[in-house]
Structures are given as C-alpha cells and as structure tokens.
Design a protein around this ligand. Structure first.
Ligand SMILES: Cc1cc2nc3c(=O)[nH]c(=O)nc-3n(C[C@H](O)[C@H](O)[C@H](O)COP(=O)(O)OP(=O)(O)OC[C@H]3O[C@@H](n4cnc5c(N)ncnc54)[C@H](O)[C@@H]3O)c2cc1C
Length: 303
C-alpha cells in the first residue's frame, strides 16, 4: 500500500481508524487470516465517498467487510484496503411497519428492534451472525425466511461515490446471491418492510429457532456457518456425512462432528488447513456422488 494513500486516508477519517497490518483473524468468525495492508473503520457516507473516489482513481484493491461471518482470509493476508462500515452505518430506526437500517448494523440487533416494536417477519434472521450489508449481498436466510421477503429498498454507493437506490426486484435476490454480489456496489442502508405482530409470539419464535441452532449447529467452535451451498436436490451436510467425512481433520480444520455442513476451527487451524479441507471434501463428494459442492464461504487474500 502506498504512503500517499495512508496520508490521504488519514485526512478523510480520524487517524485512529486507519490501521496498518491489521490481523484479519480478529475480524472473521473463523478466527483465521493474516494481516490486511490497510484497515479503515469508515464512520459515514461522506468519508466513504472520499475514500472510494481516490481508491478508484489510483486503482487500489479494496474489500468491504461486514461481520466477517462468511469469510475466509488467507494466512498471508490481503494486499489491499479493508473498509469496515461503523457508527452512522450501524443506525436502526423504526417507523410504523418499516425499519430503516444501516449496512453495518447486526441482523441480531435489527431483529431485536423489530421484536421490541412488535413487528414480525425478521425472526428467521435473529440468529444469523452477519450485518445487514453482508446479509443483503448474500440474501441470507434460514428456516424458510430470507432477506428477499422483507426488503423494500436498498441504497448503495458506486465506485465513484454516487448513491443509487434499488428496489426489491432490482436486487435480483437468489439463493445466497443478489445483483450486488461480485458487483462494485456498497450497501449503505436498507428499508425493511415487516408486519404488525404479537411480541410474545415473536419472542417465542426467536427462542425456538435459537434452540434449534444450538442443538444442530457447532456454535462452540469458530466457523463461517454452512461452508457449502445447498446443491439442487441434495443437502451438503448429508452428502459429506455419507462420504464418510464426519470429523475428518486437516491440521486444525475439521468437518464438524455435530453438523457435517460446517467446517470448524478446532483452535489452531490455519486458513490453508480450512482451504485444503474444502477441496478434499469437494473431491470426495464428487468422486462418491458425482455432485459438485460450491463453497458458500467467500475467500480473500493470499493463501
Ligand atoms: C455460526 C454461523 C451461522 C450462520 N448461519 C447462517 C444462516 O442461517 N443463514 C445464512 O444465510 N448465513 C449464515 N451464516 C453465514 C453469514 O452469517 C451470512 O452469510 C451473513 O449474511 C454474512 O454477513 P457478514 O456481515 O458477516 O458479511 P461478511 O462475511 O463480512 O461479507 C460477506 C460478503 O458481503 C460483502 N459485504 C459485506 N457488507 C457489505 C456492504 N455494506 N456492501 C457491499 N458488500 C458487503 C463482503 O464484501 C463479502 O463479499 C452463518 C455464519 C455463522 C458463523
């Protein structure tokens, strides 16, 4: 990363929010990953626009980080700029049945606000450990719910700092994807449309789903949730289990004994261990069932 960029960034954002060589293991739920050359906590749209205009002009690589809960960063780190949206981007406000929520707000926090306002429709998202930004990009979903069902509109910023608004249709939500995945748009905030409900039933639903998660998922170990997308007509976890890989280990990375769809970090995994295990699982499932497993987890940096 150039000295000129660091100088510029420190003019846009308070100095303490511009970090050099920041370990990404601190910012991912897998708890692995080497250092990002530059890690900036961006507090508002004005700062973001200024940074983007410069980054685009000098063609520096950058990555938008949510809560790092669907992310595998290589052990050799990322030679680029990580932009993390906080402060203004984490605001949540409720008006009638609509919630306006910043990209950096957590889904759990937003679902809690919905519950407090007796609004139903977001219960499915209360246990997903991501931000609104990450959830919109991925069309996060669980237990028959997905972001697509509750999004009214999304405001995004393009690489030139221009703000655009997309409605639900323009977002082209699909299974764990949207129109902005792999496109250079940054989610700023979104308006969610929920329905009036009963606070007691909303609370009960959230608790029921939390119990299901605790029973079925290896929440006691760091992971990024389901490692693979669900292949059409199958369940990734079942294929992996039937391929005899329950508990299979490479270094500190392991196919969870509790839920084979999760690869977990048993404490001392490297990103390379996890990446190698992903490939091993893919090869064994392909050889045994002729099904191609596609990773849901996003990779970043050098392995
Ligand atoms: C224990 C556990 C359980 C999980 N359960 C579920 C589940 O039930 N359902 C489910 O769908 N997922 C689940 N996940 C995966 C993950 O939580 C979701 O994919 C979540 O939506 C990712 O959000 P994030 O903020 O962590 O995104 P990150 O992992 O930080 O990033 C994911 C992608 O979104 C992009 N991104 C993030 N913010 C923005 C933004 N503001 N603008 C543009 N791009 C952005 C990133 O660049 C990256 O490409 C689980 C993960 C864990 C660890």
């Amino acid at each position: 990363m150039t000295t000129a960029f660091f100088e510029y960034a420190r003019q846009c954002v308070p100095e303490e929010f511009v970090l050099e060589q920041e370990p990404m293991a601190k910012h991912t739920t897998f708890r692995v990953g080497g250092a990002a050359d530059c890690f900036i906590t961006v507090q508002n749209e004005e700062q973001l626009a200024k940074l983007l205009v410069y980054i685009t002009k000098v063609e520096l690589p950058y990555f938008i980080l949510g809560n790092g809960s669907n992310l595998l960063v290589g052990d050799k780190g990322y030679q680029g700029i990580v932009l993390h949206l906080a402060e203004d981007f984490a605001k949540i406000s409720v008006e009638g049945t609509r919630i306006t929520v910043g990209a950096g707000a957590l889904l759990s926090q937003t679902a809690k606000m919905a519950k407090e306002a007796s609004l139903t429709g977001m219960e499915f998202a209360s246990g997903i450990p991501g931000t609104i930004g990450g959830a919109l990009v991925m069309n996060a979903g669980a237990y028959d719910g997905e972001m697509k069902q509750i999004v009214r509109s999304v405001r995004v910023m393009d690489q030139n700092g221009e703000v655009l608004e997309f409605d639900n249709e323009t977002m082209e939500f699909g299974y764990r994807t949207s129109a902005i995945k792999n496109r250079p748009y940054i989610v700023l905030d979104a308006v969610l449309e929920l329905a009036e409900g009963d606070k007691t039933s909303i609370t009960a639903k959230m608790e029921e789903l939390a119990v299901q998660r605790r029973e079925k998922q290896p929440l006691e170990f760091p992971s990024a949730g389901s490692t693979f997308k669900r292949p059409e007509g199958y369940f990734a976890g079942k294929l992996i289990m039937d391929a005899g890989m329950r508990g299979y280990r490479i270094g500190g990375a392991q196919v969870s004994e509790k839920h084979c769809g999760f690869i977990v970090n048993r404490g001392d995994a490297t990103a390379a261990d996890i990446a190698e295990l992903i490939v091993e699982v893919q090869e064994r499932v392909k050889a045994r069932f002729d099904v191609k497993l596609e990773p849901e987890v996003i990779t970043l940096g050098d392995f």
